[in-house]
Ligand binder design. Sequence first.
Ligand code: WTA
Length: 575
Amino acid sequence: MEINHNNELLPSVNSLTNMDDYEQTYKDFNWEDVERHFTWYETGKCNMAYEAIDQHVEAGRGDKIALIYSDAKREESYTFRQLRDKSNQFGNVLRKQGIGKGDRVFIFMARSPELYICLLGILKIGAVVGPLFEAFMETAVKDRLVDSSAVALITTPQLLGRISKSETPDLKHIIVVGELENPDDSVISYHAEMEVASEELELEWLNRDDGLIIHYTSGSTGKPKGVYHVQNAMIQHYFSGKVVLDLRDDDVYWCTADPGWVTGTSYGIFAPWLHGVTNVIRGGRFSPQDWYSTIAKYKVTVWYSAPTAFRMLMGAGDEVISQYDLSSLRHVLSVGEPLNPEVVRWGYKTYGQRIHDTWWMTETGAQMICNYPGMGIKPGSMGRPLPGIEATIKDDKGNTVPPYTMGNLAIKAPWPSMMNRIWNNPDKYEEYFRVQGWYISGDSAYMDDEGYFWFQGRIDDVINSSGERIGPFEVESKLLEHPAVAEAGVIGKPDAIRGEIIKAFISLREGYVESPELKEDIYRFVKEGLSAHAAPREIEFKEKLPKTRSGKIMRRVLKAWELNLPTGDLSTIED
Ligand code: WTA
């Protein structure tokens, strides 16, 4: 099929490192050179929490601010020394219960300083952490605890009612952060235990292939799967923090993701703290005012967010931007779903910032294909592979295809942050590696003749209309360029004549009301801007579209609505 390729280029800027230099610097790239940065390169024994926190204290940076936390009620900051001491205490709290190396300990709570202290404490004793979104309901929590045989869970009084103790036989300890109305012996009080816990802890030294974290993520079929990562991932967290996030000593960094999503741990915790930078955490829900004031107040320099957030900010209008001083920003990045060219252009115009798209997955553990600081950005492209990463496009038989041909996005295995297993499900794990030596991502993409990768869709979302394969992302991007469209999700709707036609679900921007004329106008806009076969023959307006908490529009839910089918597992949906 023919690809509608966009050759627009936003030039690089000199305030950021230049990609050509990277190519020179990393010509003979070798992961072992990155490993040399870590003390464990000599000793062989590591611990993520030590590398992220303690080593900075030992190196004389103990008084530097590690964490700035704020939400509507709290505003607190913690130095690296304070985080070291508090996480030591929490490690002791866990050890007192007999919890230790390899045990799965889950965290089910909203963002707060305690969440970060607990997570570090879990890692310090060599246990494996399982972070869960606070919006999960009972079944979602239970499924994950049961599948992972978690022995302990940290939660808050508000969420305690969603934990079904009778159905989670391995769960022996529940630690509650916050005041309980009716305290009883079946739960442990975080505050009471922390009060008596020592700040001295003997760290559990680990091997690089010992456990770190389990993130549950949904596939196209079945229950969410437990993607298990090991300590070794820190090599890539550190390296991508350097070359993609461009982290420097005096940076104030803000990743907007919740730790229930891999972005909120790999890049909300590990990468920034491996670099010893000040990490901003904003709790609570999204609002343009809160978000811009967070940047302005803490003088955020590096900001990592997601397309949905950028689209909502775009939808909120440029007027609100002018009320905040965003001049501290040096580098802006995005992940999680396709970043529409329209959003990139808007970011450039309003913030004067190229929004750098980055592609990776829960399974890859860290960034893989990215727009590097300083490199020329092609709006709509996810960028180029990280040094040390080999990416290609393969057909269904496993053969590499030429540039501008759509196929399976595949990565040469292994790489340092590659998942170590799917918990309890070796078959699922093997499926990813069905082409010998390669990881098959499940995304379809093509590569251009300069080695930039262009996302097309999930393999299972590609639409076939009258024999034409259409990537929903392309249509959605076009729709977003229409002034009335705030959000759009596109699916293939079965059609007797064309096989499938394109159906668009659209939420409108403030100030627009639905009408047949508007539908017609949007249809023509895509037909004229893209092509007739890509234009949505059917449009349905919705107040809101179903989205995962990581911001992806759930096309499978749209499809289920359309076909009157069950929507399946909705445990990752936003509301
Ligand atoms: C999608 C996110 C387009 C993709 C860290 C991938 C993207 C899935 C991008 C992984 C991007 C992620 N452009 N699509 N820059 N980044 N995706 O596991 O389909 O929640 O396979 O991890 O999100 O989602 P996950």
